[in-house]
Each structure stands twice: as C-alpha cells, then as structure tokens.
Design a protein around this ligand. Structure first.
Ligand code: FES
Length: 120
C-alpha cells in the first residue's frame, strides 16, 4: 500500500478558557486549520468541528447558528446539520464533513484525516 490515511492532530487552543473566549456557548466561529476552513460550534454538549462549506450549496456555516438540538443551521436555506454526524436533519443526502475535537491536558486539538504516501 502506497497511500495511508491517518489523523493529524492540530492544537487549536492552549486551554479551555481560550476556546470559550473564541467561541462562546451557543455560538459559532471559524478557524483555518491545515488547508481547511473549519466551523467551530460550542453547544451545551461541548465543542464541535464541521467543514465550513455547506454541502447543499456552499454557504459558510459559520454565518449560521447552532441549536439546543446540537445542530448547526445554514444561513441560506436553513438546513439543519447534526454536529456529530454532519447529516442534514431535513432529509435528503446532504452531509457535511465533521472532525474530532479532543480536550487534552495541554490544550484542545482538532483531528484532520490526511493521506500520506509511504513506500514501506
Ligand atoms: S446553502 Fe446551506 S442549506 Fe443551502
């Protein structure tokens, strides 16, 4: 196998206070991580990361808002996307890419799948 998928973890905040200051509970914000624009949502269930580009028609999800049902609402056509699975709650096949977030003792990390080339 020449190509291998692995998760690359990016430290996005030094601590929980920095994360709370960047995205208050009940709100969303954007971060550029790797070569991706990521929407960070903060709900009562924690921090979530989802691709900022809406899979329906490309709007910026970070211009939307999150709900108590743990979804993010696109600002254009108001589709709701589950922050854990990325699936549209309104049916249809639209699904946004979500990313894992880990709170560690030395900071908060976001994982991106990357494909690396490896000869052996
Ligand atoms: S562009 Fe997001 S729901 Fe249509």
């Amino acid at each position: 196998m020449f190509f291998k998928k692995q998760i690359h973890w990016y430290k996005i905040f030094n601590n929980i206070e920095a994360a709370n200051a960047f995205v208050k509970i009940g709100s969303v914000n954007t971060l550029n991580v790797g070569n991706k624009k990521i929407c960070i949502a903060h709900t009562s269930k924690g921090f979530f990361a989802i691709n900022d580009k809406c899979p329906h028609n490309g709007a910026s999800l970070s211009n939307g808002y999150c709900t108590k049902e743990n979804t993010i609402v696109c600002p254009v056509h108001r589709y709701h996307f589950d922050l854990i699975t990325g699936r549209a709650k309104s049916g249809g096949g639209d699904c946004a890419q979500t990313y894992p977030i880990e709170i560690r003792t030395d900071g908060i990390y976001l994982g991106l799948n990357e494909t690396i080339w490896k000869l052996f």
